[in-house]
Design a protein around this ligand. Structure first.
Ligand code: NAG
Ligand code: NAG
Ligand code: NAG
Length: 451
């Protein structure tokens, strides 16, 4: 944590007209000596009387003077005490967004844990021995993510996250920064594992050697990237504890540029995401598919990398990451967005598997909206492998002959089939390559609409 040397504004945003009458001189007595001098001097130089709290609390020039003076002549701890006392005196509202982050953290954590567990349990039970590398790594993301969820709820929020720093006791601030450190290291681990999940998933569905080599190269890069950032973030300060003792500017130590660390990680992460979206898309574009199929397949990959969007949103919360002068308040957004990013990533990566599970559980409901015919469900059920696969959405492949067209009417046939074969997601890629097995729905004067 970079020292909070820009603790501004010390005395600003004081609501007008709240403070009344007495207590001003009593409050001044409680202030640290350095701040007392500042305040008395500033009051003397202002039109306010020493007893008029309203005037002292609302006079902008006086506040500016006190602020500049306190920052110069007091330590950071004294400045925080001053800010707390003056805010109390002037009845400044106590802000808090603890509950928002608590709720979002728990809800997302529970949903993503439920997604992962149903994916794993379903696969383990219904397709014995079919757990793939992507399943193991999504499980690893979950295990790396659980501590974060717990730390946010039990550790960092009780120590001041979502509050203004001057409302937080000093020892809580130290704990807060300590938990922030753990969360940062865990985040670097989680984001790398999350990308591994997606890469292993692609490795499962793409058979061509060229793309597999590229994917393996990306896996290697991703592992190195993850390791590099985890190790660097663990040792970013010398001594390590300087990370959480340095907030008051009183200790001695050295840190790498923490902001640069967070930023470079985020930028590389986004570039990797784009690359990991481009690879499969490029592969799909080369297939002999109609553009509609290409779009639907592309959508599937986009769901997998939807998290890129969240990463982008998270960037703006990183702007002031380590330079914040009110970290317990400002870090809320970073922590919140990081949690959203990881959990949305987990949920997205489980989507294809969840879809298979849902279709199996509710064949009637889901089936009727998709217009698939009954035998298709049997395929889901009897399939022995690849439950977690991207449901290879292949439009217009399963033929469902509609009723004999009335020669005098314009028939509108909506044909949509979800095909799952032995090869599961793989069919998405190969079957189409080696001769289209598509038999189109055709009937004269029929407009065919396939999704
Ligand atoms: C205190 O200051 C405010 C505004 O500066 C002024 O309107 C008010 O009359 C003052 N009150 C007293 C008791 O002097
Ligand atoms: C001042 O600090 C105490 C705890 O140290 C806190 O309870 C109180 O809300 C703070 N006051 C303001 C105005 O932030
Ligand atoms: C089989 C059939 O009904 N064919 C008809 C399709 O529609 C055109 C006119 O739009 C008719 O001329 C065909 O007889």
């Amino acid at each position: 944590m970079r020292p909070l040397y820009l603790l501004l504004p010390i005395l600003t945003w004081v609501p007008i007209g709240f403070a009344q009458g007495t207590g001003l001189s009593a409050a001044i007595q409680q202030l640290p000596k350095c701040a007392q001098t500042c305040l008395s001097t500033a009051i003397k130089d202002s039109p306010c009387q020493t007893t008029n709290t309203t005037c002292v609390c609302t006079n902008a020039k006086l506040q500016g003077d006190v602020e500049g003076c306190v920052l110069q002549s007091c330590t950071l701890r004294q400045s925080l005490t001053t800010k707390n006392l003056t805010a109390t005196l002037c009845h400044a509202p106590v802000r808090s967004k603890e509950n928002d982050i608590r709720i979002s953290n728990i809800v997302l954590g529970v949903i993503s844990a439920a997604c992962v567990m149903s994916r794993i349990i379903y696969k383990a039970v219904y397709s014995l021995g079919e757990l793939g590398w992507d399943d193991y790594s999504v499980l690893a993301v979950l295990f790396a993510g659980l501590p974060s969820t717990i730390i946010i709820d039990r550790g960092i929020v009780p120590n001041g996250l979502g509050m203004d720093i001057w409302a937080v006791p000093f020892d809580h601030i130290t704990n807060f920064v300590r938990y922030l450190y753990v969360l940062e290291v865990l985040y670097f681990l989680q984001i790398a594992l999350l990308k591994l999940t997606l890469l292993f998933f692609f490795l499962r569905i793409f058979p061509k050697p060229v793309i597999r080599q590229l994917l393996w190269a990306t896996v290697a890069f991703n592992v190195l990237w993850g390791l590099a950032f985890v190790v660097t973030s663990i040792f970013q300060c010398q001594p390590i504890s300087y990370y959480w003792t340095s907030w008051d500017k009183e200790g001695h130590g050295k840190c790498v540029n923490i902001n640069a660390l967070a930023w470079s990680n985020a930028i590389i992460s986004i570039v990797l995401d784009v690359w990991m979206l481009a690879l499969p898309l490029f592969e799909v574009l080369q297939l002999q598919l109609s553009w509609r199929k290409k779009v639907s397949v592309a959508m599937m990959f986009f769901v997998g990398t939807f998290v890129t969007v969240v990463s982008g949103l998270r960037l703006q919360s990183l702007v002031h990451f380590a330079a914040s002068n009110n970290p317990t308040w400002d870090q809320t957004d970073v922590i919140n967005w990081s949690g959203i990013e990881i959990n949305v990533g987990i949920i997205c990566s489980c989507m294809p598997a969840l879809r298979v599970i849902l279709v199996r559980l509710f064949p009637k409901i889901l089936g009727s909206t998709q217009g698939t015919s009954q035998p298709m469900y049997n395929k889901y059920g009897s399939r022995s492998q690849g439950m977690g696969g991207a449901s290879a959405v292949r439009s217009g492949i399963g033929k469902k002959q509609s009723s004999i067209p009335d020669p005098h009417a314009i028939t509108y046939t909506k044909s949509f089939a979800v095909q799952h074969g032995e090869s599961d997601e793989t069919s998405l890629v190969h079957l189409d390559e080696f001769g289209p097995k598509t038999s189109k729905v055709r009937s004269s004067n029929t407009s065919e609409v396939s999704l």
